[in-house]
Design a protein around this ligand. Sequence first.
Ligand SMILES: [Zn+2]
Length: 163
Amino acid sequence: MLVVNYIVALFGSPVMSNFSKSALVILVLLGAMAAAPPVAKVSVWHSRDLQKLRPASPESLGHFGNHRANFIRRDRTGEAEVHVRTADVFVIQTGQATLVTGGRIPNAKSSTKTEIRGASIEGGQSQVLVPGDIVQIPAGLPHQFVLARGAEVTYFALKIDGK
Ligand SMILES: [Zn+2]
């Protein structure tokens, strides 16, 4: 606190020019920044906690600048989608689903400038996904989760902005 008092006293003093005051403010700010670096925080999502999540829609785990983490539980076929600037990475946790990728989305509609949606994919490739499977979908590629009646799938989805 002595330092603060000293600075306050200097500011009130007529001997201190505005330039000196500015320089002093910058020095004090730099000192504060050096003393308190930004704290990087780790995020861990335990399986036991994730599996309790029962979101009606995708459950966002967090937004980290250029990527967003979601835990998703699906019990029905999703929309066909294209993310113009975002890549998807999926890690299947439980259940089973068919992922259709590529091809085209008939009657596709833009839900935003960078998101395209539709009911289905024509001419895509189908692959069955089971727990432990990992998928990377580049930006711009049509994709859709197709679920059999009564089926459910949970997966970790990382959405990475970049293109
Ligand atoms: Zn997607």
